[in-house]
Design a protein around this ligand. Structure first.
Ligand code: GRF
Length: 198
């Protein structure tokens, strides 16, 4: 299973996948790590590990389409089976999603369909939910909306802040991405919105 990872920041989910591959927990190969931000700590780490890890800086392109075309070129050249969004802070166009339909994964720090979009942990706290978590899902044309592959839960404590809740969820995110990729590697089919084992 060939993986291309797109990130914009810290890269802890990338690191979790890297460690699972390196330890043999996950039977996969990371063939590309791409960042749209030159200062992303995750891309520095990817280079330290020796990955093909280019920066395609959106600020150096005339418009959104031109940037995305370059990202697509890099992806095509790497021949991934799956594109893993790991804190990639760019919206993908409908054409991008169509090109890689049901082969783009995202992770979101809430139990979707609750609390899509930014500041999911703060949204969860403000709503007063007692349980939250994370969702690994396929990407479709809508924000944080495609078929769900894996979810993991955490309790929400009365004294949580967005940061303490995010830290608890992040631990589960790292396990969830490895769990989701392992599930996909074993084979799956998509029935409507449901991702099911064969
Ligand atoms: C994670 O919370 C993920 O759910 C969200 O962006 C964050 C990325 O963190 N989509 P990291 O860069 O993988 O550490």
């Amino acid at each position: 299973m060939r993986l291309a990872i797109l990130l914009s920041g810290r890269g802890s989910n990338f690191q979790a996948i890297h460690e699972a591959v390196r330890s043999g927990t996950l039977d996969a190969e990371i063939v590309l790590v791409l960042s749209n931000r030159p200062d992303a700590p995750g891309i520095e780490r990817a280079r330290e590990y020796g990955y093909n890890a280019p920066v395609v800086d959106h600020k150096t392109f005339a418009n959104r389409t031109a940037h995305e075309e370059e990202v697509l070129r890099r992806l095509d050249a790497a021949h991934p089976d799956f594109i893993v969004l790991a804190g990639y802070m760019r919206l993908l166009s409908a054409a991008f999603v169509e090109r890689w339909r049901n082969r783009i994964l995202n992770i979101h720090p809430s139990l979707l369909p609750a609390f899509p979009g930014v500041d999911a942990q703060a949204q969860a706290l403000a709503h007063g939910v007692k349980v939250s978590g994370c969702t690994v899902h396929f990407v479709d044309e809508h924000l944080d909306a495609g078929p769900i592959i894996v979810q993991r839960t955490v309790p929400v404590h009365d004294d949580d802040t967005p940061d303490t809740l995010a830290a608890r969820i992040l631990v589960e995110e790292h396990a969830a991405y490895v769990e989701a990729l392992t599930k996909l590697a074993r084979g799956y089919r998509i029935e409507g919105r449901r991702v099911v084992a064969p």
